[in-house]
Design a protein around this ligand. Structure first.
Ligand code: FAD
Length: 471
């Protein structure tokens, strides 16, 4: 009897325990991706990127004589229908760790098992399952460094090759057409620009990793904080969709640790920051929606999404070049350098005293590497309301940060066209991507700061002291 392989954020053939198990014994495998409410709720850029990833993955499967079946509807109903149509005796999937998926998957597993179907979930998205990492007293970690010390020497599952053969069923179930799903049409003009900055799929992910190991890892330690150079791996969009597994990244860096030196160690640490985000989401899922520290619940955040200063932030028109460059980078590439993310998040939550949820939602709409756990952790860390957060009184100064991390001005020039005689394509791409109704043009004057670095800091600290919330 066939095995249904229910694909989610694991669009790859290597390092895929659920696929490997499905293929064992030469059973026919029916790979399926389901467009359910969770997928429909993805932000525009993440949906667009998913569409690209599905297109490539469907081709990869077709090259192996298999197929990607696309179905729309509540996951349980779709799986039941596929079982009835195909006579499948098993359903396999890779675990997800967010609360909505966990509830859905748990209910599906119980219902299928009650019918005698072998419903099984597998690891594959993380280096360490969240329940296998515990403090000395047996609880979850709330601070990064002790967790890092606990896991840094642990064995990581070895790389798993793609299955030699993915057997086809006698008859294929019917599939929706990907273009009918119209994933990411909400991107409108932005999609064409994003496409020029994105290379979806497992092969592209592995190329990217190989390039980073060859050319980037030895200088990672020195260059990872400089947004104007390609100093980081650029793997986040692949990890977010599961086009590459974290253990492949870990082992590649481990094999290169002599050459990589401190860079390899720092790269491991960054991969563990991702693990920490999942650890937090698994053990305290409220991090996705509310202040992780409840002391922040009565902080006087601005919650008005139509506030002109918030709109200026979303459009990269705050008059603070570091903030604006980073926001535009996200519009054009679907990604933003980590230092940029920290600066724009600090500026929104501190200088503009705006609720981190507004920023988190804007990122969710515009990032192609959107990840629920890392996004929520990053925003709460920046705002000061999260675990192991930067204290609220530590306010990034976007001007001195620019002077320190963009010494030669290359990041600023790459993204801000205004004031340049011949702006580079990247800076012009922003104007090709944004909605026409914003009425912006490269020849516009660059705005004066909506809030000066010093004034924003003063206001934020004043509000913080009045409330005397713990930092
Ligand atoms: P590299 O420096 O090459 O790091 C390798 C990998 O380690 C990354 O691909 C990522 O998976 C992981 N990693 C690195 N830094 C972090 C971190 N601080 N937290 C968690 N994982 C990390 N990352 C996302 O993948 N999706 C998001 O939606 C996201 N939102 C963020 C929001 C804010 C406000 C902040 C401050 C950070 C956010 N991050 C997010 C984390 C980080 O900025 C990106 O993972 C990183 O910039 C990706 O670039 P890279 O792949 O070149 O990273």
């Amino acid at each position: 009897r066939p095995v249904i392989l229910w694909l989610r954020r694991d669009l790859r053939l290597t390092d895929h325990p659920a696929l490997t198990a499905a293929c064992a014994g030469g059973r026919p495998v029916i790979p399926v991706f389901i467009l359910d409410d969770q997928v429909a709720a993805l932000g525009a850029a993440a949906q667009w990127r998913l569409g690209q990833g599905l297109e490539v993955f469907a081709r990869t499967l077709a090259d192996r004589g298999s197929r990607l079946i696309l179905r729309r509807g509540p996951a349980q109903e779709v799986l039941q229908a596929l079982i009835a149509e195909s006579g499948a005796g098993a359903v396999h999937w890779t675990r997800a760790y967010d609360p909505i998926s966990r509830e859905r998957d748990g209910a599906i597993k119980s219902a299928l098992k009650a019918q005698g179907i072998d419903a099984r979930s597998f690891p594959g998205s993380l280096l360490f399952e969240p329940w296998t990492v515990q403090t000395g007293t047996g609880g979850p970690y709330r601070v990064f460094t002790p967790m890092w010390k606990t896991v840094r020497g642990r064995d990581v599952a070895p790389p798993l090759p793609a299955p030699g053969r993915i057997c086809a069923p006698e008859a294929w179930p019917v599939s929706d057409r990907l273009q009918d799903w119209a994933l990411g049409t909400a991107m409108r003009r932005g999609a064409a620009v994003l496409a020029a900055h994105s290379a979806p799929g497992e092969a592209a992910a592995q190329d990217r990793l190989a390039r980073f190991i060859d050319e980037g890892i030895a200088r990672y330690e020195q260059r990872r904080d400089i947004p104007g150079v390609e100093g980081t791996s650029g793997l986040s969009e692949y990890l977010a969709l599961g086009e590459i597994a974290p253990q492949r990244c870990w082992h590649a860096a481990f094999a290169a640790r002599e050459r990589g030196g401190a860079g390899a160690e720092t790269f491991f640490k960054e991969l563990v920051w991702r693990e920490f985000a999942y650890h937090l989401m698994y053990h305290s899922p409220q991090i996705l929606t509310g202040n992780w520290r409840s002391e922040w619940d009565d902080f006087p955040w601005n919650t008005d999404r139509s506030d002109p200063r918030v709109i200026a932030w979303t459009r990269g028109r705050t008059g603070m070049p570091f903030v604006d460059a980073a926001m535009r980078e996200m519009y054009v590439t679907g990604r933003m350098h980590n230092r940029g993310r920290m600066i724009v998040a600090s500026y929104l939550t501190k200088h503009l005293m705006t609720h981190w949820r507004i920023g988190m939602d804007w990122f969710a709409e515009h990032l192609t590497d959107w990840d629920p756990a890392s996004n929520a952790m990053g925003w709460q860390w920046s705002a000061g309301s999260g675990p192991d957060a930067t204290p609220y009184f530590r306010v990034f100064n976007p001007e001195s940060q620019l002077a320190k991390f963009d010494r030669d001005g290359s990041y600023r020039r790459a993204w801000i066209a205004e004031g340049q005689v011949s702006p580079p394509d990247t800076a012009l791409d922003y104007f090709r991507a944004i909605p026409l109704c914003w009425g912006l043009a490269p020849g516009d004057p660059y705005p004066a700061p909506i809030v000066s670095a010093q004034e924003g800091r003063r206001l934020a600290l004043e509000a913080y002291q009045n409330r005397s919330v713990a930092g």
